[in-house]
Design a protein around this ligand. Structure first.
Ligand code: HEC
Length: 95
């Protein structure tokens, strides 16, 4: 195999792995930090039914009181990457 092809193959594998890890994170974070309130049949409801835009959903997750002063939801603590992953998972953009 020519070196350029090897490089491309390795880059493809790395990109695929990073992608998979991110999707898995969202699911894991949701299970740990959201499902106890937003899981099926729970009081806070299923987030898939939310009509918020991606930007507002992210804002709500990060700082619920900025969107709803009466919110009883705790604000999300984590990195922006984790926030993004959990938002995408919660909105049903990633499984
Ligand atoms: C302690 C319970 C609790 C936890 C944990 C929790 N939520 Fe919530 N969430 C609520 C409640 C209750 C509401 C309804 C209004 C309010 O009080 O903010 C809500 C509302 C929301 C909304 C607004 C939906 C809409 O359409 O108005 C979003 C978005 C949301 N939660 C995302 C999340 C995400 C993502 C997580 C996990 C990182 C999470 N929540 C964790 C209780 C919780």
């Amino acid at each position: 195999m020519k070196p350029i092809l090897v490089t491309l193959a390795v880059a493809g594998l790395v990109a695929g792995a990073v992608h998979a890890a991110k999707a898995a994170d969202g699911k894991e974070i949701y299970a740990k930090k959201c499902a106890m309130c937003h899981g099926a049949g729970k009081k806070a409801g299923d987030l898939l039914a939310s009509k918020l835009s991606h930007a507002d959903f992210t804002k709500y997750t990060k700082d619920p009181k900025s969107m709803n002063p009466k919110s009883t939801m705790p604000s999300f603590k984590g990195t922006d990457e984790e926030l993004n992953a959990v938002v995408e998972y919660s909105m049903g953009m990633k499984k």
